[in-house]
Design a protein around this ligand. Structure first.
Ligand SMILES: Cc1cc2nc3c(=O)[nH]c(=O)nc-3n(C[C@H](O)[C@H](O)[C@H](O)COP(=O)(O)OP(=O)(O)OC[C@H]3O[C@@H](n4cnc5c(N)ncnc54)[C@H](O)[C@@H]3O)c2cc1C
Length: 275
């Protein structure tokens, strides 16, 4: 299929981009890596009147330490995040996850911001943002707004981003003392996951989020407390989760996979992180 007709703008400054978003609101679609948006246009799942290309905006792809925060710009490509030494040192959960995101060609174009704003239920990075306790920084012509990751992901492909806002960056607290654990189950490497688990663990505490299981990743305080206490947390999952069903995997199967991932994490996580 071919896309509907749309106008195209490639602003050179953030102020120009935000003014266009303020004017066009829901009729505008920001274009980042295009790895999801271009197929959505071709299939006419997305029918924006204006395609707002973010690729010429300066300064949105930075990866830097700012005090006790790791800041990653929305336009940072998956491949750049995967290879960056600061990320490996300060947020090692991300490289563990990014190896599972699609394939090298897609990782060369796909961006952190695109993945988070799309909020695909099976995407790895939204769950990582929850486990990492990240804050998402959004901007509109009226100024900036900060949204904690658990408040950002609100449903199936639904986020707290307002139509006139764009995501600028994420801020991740430096993870001293936390150990990452990540795994997913998909039919082939690089496919979207049928179930996955991103976890940060330290003695007496756990932060975790499933992906590919429910409509959106979320923190589950009762589950985290059970994991931190070394209890059989997997036994709690039938009461806590509301798994998706699809032709690829039934709700019961996704629940089974989620339980398996949690039990595997309990076995594999390093003793110094769990004791
Ligand atoms: C074959 C294939 C396999 C894939 N497998 C995986 C996988 O296993 N796991 C996974 O997580 N992903 C997967 N992806 C998706 C890919 O990894 C990208 O993360 C994803 O396409 C979104 O990033 P993007 O930069 O391409 O965003 P785009 O496609 O450009 O945009 C996606 C959405 O986000 C909005 N948007 C983008 N940037 C911003 C911003 N800064 N502010 C506000 N809104 C914004 C756009 O308007 C659009 O609605 C796959 C893609 C393909 C084609």
């Amino acid at each position: 299929m071919t896309p509907n007709r749309f106008d195209y703008a490639r602003p050179a400054t953030l102020a120009e981009a935000l003014a266009l978003l303020a004017r066009h609101g829901e009729d505008a679609a920001p274009l980042a890596g295009g790895q999801s948006l271009m197929p959505m246009l071709a299939l006419r799942v997305a029918r924006p009147a204006l395609l707002l290309d973010l690729n010429r905006l300066p300064g949105l792809d930075g990866i830097e330490r700012h005090g006790e925060l790791l800041r990653i710009g929305a336009m940072a490509r998956h491949a750049a995040v995967l290879a960056h030494p600061l990320v490996a040192a300060q947020a090692p959960l991300l490289p563990l996850a990014l190896r599972h995101v699609a394939h090298p060609a897609i990782r060369n174009r796909g961006t952190l911001g695109g993945s988070l704003c799309l909020a695909d239920p099976a995407a790895e990075l939204p769950a990582c943002m929850l486990a990492l306790d990240a804050v998402l920084v959004l901007a509109s012509a009226a100024g900036e707004r900060r949204v904690a990751a658990p408040d950002f992901f609100q449903g199936l492909y639904a986020t707290a981003r307002r139509a006139e806002e764009m995501l600028l960056r994420v801020e991740i607290p430096i993870a001293a003392g936390w150990t990452p654990w990540f795994a997913e189950i998909s039919r082939r490497h690089g496919d979207f996951a049928m179930a996955g688990l991103a976890m940060m663990r330290r003695p007496g505490a756990a932060r975790l989020a499933f992906f590919g299981v429910e409509a959106h990743p979320r923190r589950l305080p009762a589950l985290e407390a059970a994991v931190a206490a070394g209890a059989d947390a997997a036994a709690l999952l039938p009461a806590l989760l509301d798994p998706l069903a699809s032709p690829e995997a039934s709700a019961a199967y996704r629940l089974h996979l989620a339980q398996g991932l949690l039990r595997r994490a309990a076995k594999e996580i390093a003793p110094h992180a769990a004791a």
